[in-house]
Write a protein that binds this ligand. Structure first.
Ligand code: SF4
Length: 459
């Protein structure tokens, strides 16, 4: 229904622009059309009225200047706060493409049940392969020589179609190279020294903002079954490195969403319990923690939740656990002696963001004692530009793109610097009302922002 509304809004904008009788080249037309469409969508005003108002207010000297006038007029309307703050800023105005084939339907949390399981031949007899297969007795089983070759010959030409198929297909593989790597920071940001353990790729949840939508070329979820190799590499890595290490599995997947199938975390918690210089972080939006509560962890594992107000979970984090379920799971982990962590990331800016996030922080500290919190991160919504049209196509109802997102220092779409700093300072002040000492850091922000918000430039 919402997609239909958006398509009709787009047609209105096209017609309104045509009726002006100005003749613009394709690029100029595309830019104006997008600006009019986005204003119309955000303010729920017809494109005709927006254009009429623009031309009434006109101050252009002749039709030669009409494009420059209209673009500036619409930029001011579309990015009012940013425009007020600085006149020159880079925007991303791609072609609008609303295709009914790609829209995702909201479904409640369901049981994960792939239709087909692709198994690399050389790991078909591994223990984890067999254990995963018994969990899905009705799935079709297909032996493949290796995932890379399979991708070459079996992919759909549309990355969005691939992504939409991911929960149907499961790939069990033998990972050979990609075990541990430093967390990929944007150029120019201050890193937090995090490492990623590449145990699993793809996710069963549907967050409208998930970067994996524009990142993957595989139409399934990938689970390595050669866990022994991972554990060996990890052990060597931890022994080899000096100083405290933080290593997590939640970069390319949710750390616990599929743990009932893989039980990766049980092995990792055990391994980390034996080292003093390394901490494992399990990052999740689920409440699947029952199986880890009784494990021996020696406080070397931090269970972390990505948090957003329930309204944003309802609108943009489909199929994940509710806020209260996440907080209740965190409380149980604290009772079991684990340290916990929280990531306010992505923080979504909206007209009532202060009410929503202040309420969220109050809610968090009502349930969790600050002394059990290892760290809290703050990161505002940012993404590679190519994700924008994917979000529009997959989640036409989402309001997540309505605020002012401009091209930032790293060519990602971000809120303006002054907006981000304002958000971080407020979030920090709300956190500090409950704890003066809990470690707070910023994700994907440059040194200057760390300094201004946190007064330091180190994790
Ligand atoms: S939980 Fe994380 S990995 Fe999964 S869809 Fe949401 S953002 Fe992506």
């Amino acid at each position: 229904m919402r997609l239909y509304q958006e398509q009709s809004r787009l047609r209105d904008a096209q017609r309104a622009l045509q009726r002006t009788n100005f003749c613009f080249g394709p690029n100029k037309k595309q830019e104006l059309l997008r600006l009019i469409y986005e204003i119309s969508r955000r303010d729920n005003i017809s494109a005709q009225i927006i254009l009429k108002k623009a031309l009434e207010d006109n101050s252009f000297q002749s039709t030669k200047h009409v494009f420059a006038y209209l673009k500036d007029y619409f930029l001011k309307k579309r990015f009012p706060e940013t425009y007020e703050y600085k006149k020159n800023f880079d925007v991303y105005l791609p072609k609008i493409n609303l295709n009914s084939r790609y829209a995702v339907l909201k479904k409640e949390q369901g049981v994960y049940s792939p239709k087909a399981i692709f198994i690399e031949r050389e790991i078909k007899d591994y223990g984890l392969t067999k254990s995963i297969l018994t969990k899905f007795p009705h799935a079709q089983r297909i032996l493949i020589s290796c995932l890379k070759d399979h991708i070459k010959s079996n992919q759909s030409s549309s990355p969005i179609s691939n992504y939409n198929l991911r929960t149907r297909n499961l790939f069990l593989i033998n990972e050979r190279f990609d075990f541990i790597k430093p967390c990929p920071c944007s150029q120019g940001v201050l890193g937090c020294g995090y490492y990623i353990l590449n145990l699993g790729f793809g996710c069963i949840y549907e967050c409208s903002y998930c970067f994996l939508q524009s990142y993957t070329n595989v139409n399934g979820i990938i689970l390595p079954v050669n866990v022994e190799n991972f554990l060996n590499r990890l052990e060597l890595f931890i022994k080899d490195k000096r100083g405290p290490l933080r290593i997590g599995t939640g970069e390319f997947t949710d750390s616990l969403a599929l743990d009932d199938i893989t039980a990766y975390s049980c092995l990792l918690i055990d391994l980390f319990s034996r080292f003093k210089n390394a901490t494992l972080e399990l990052k999740t939006k689920s409440n699947k923690i029952k199986h880890i509560l009784k494990l021996k962890h020696n406080r070397r594992t931090v269970v972390a939740w990505s948090l957003n107000p329930q309204q944003i979970i309802d609108n943009d984090e489909w199929r994940t656990s509710d806020l209260n379920e996440r907080l209740e799971a965190a409380r149980e982990c604290c009772q079991a002696g684990y340290l916990v962590a929280f990531h306010f990331d992505p923080i979504i800016y909206s007209t009532n963001w202060e009410k929503l996030y202040r309420g969220l922080i109050d809610n968090l500290f009502k349930k969790i004692n600050p002394k059990d919190i290892a760290w809290i991160s703050l990161g505002t919504f940012r993404f590679m530009p190519q994700l924008k049209t994917i979000i529009e196509q997959r989640f036409p109802q989402s309001k997540i793109l309505d605020k002012e997102l401009i091209l930032g220092f790293d060519r990602k779409l971000r809120y303006s610097l002054f907006q981000r700093v304002r958000i971080y300072k407020k979030m920090l002040s709300w956190i500090r009302r409950y704890s003066g000492s809990v470690l707070v850091y910023l994700c994907m922000e440059p040194k200057g922002v760390w300094k201004e918000v946190l007064g330091r430039t180190k994790f």
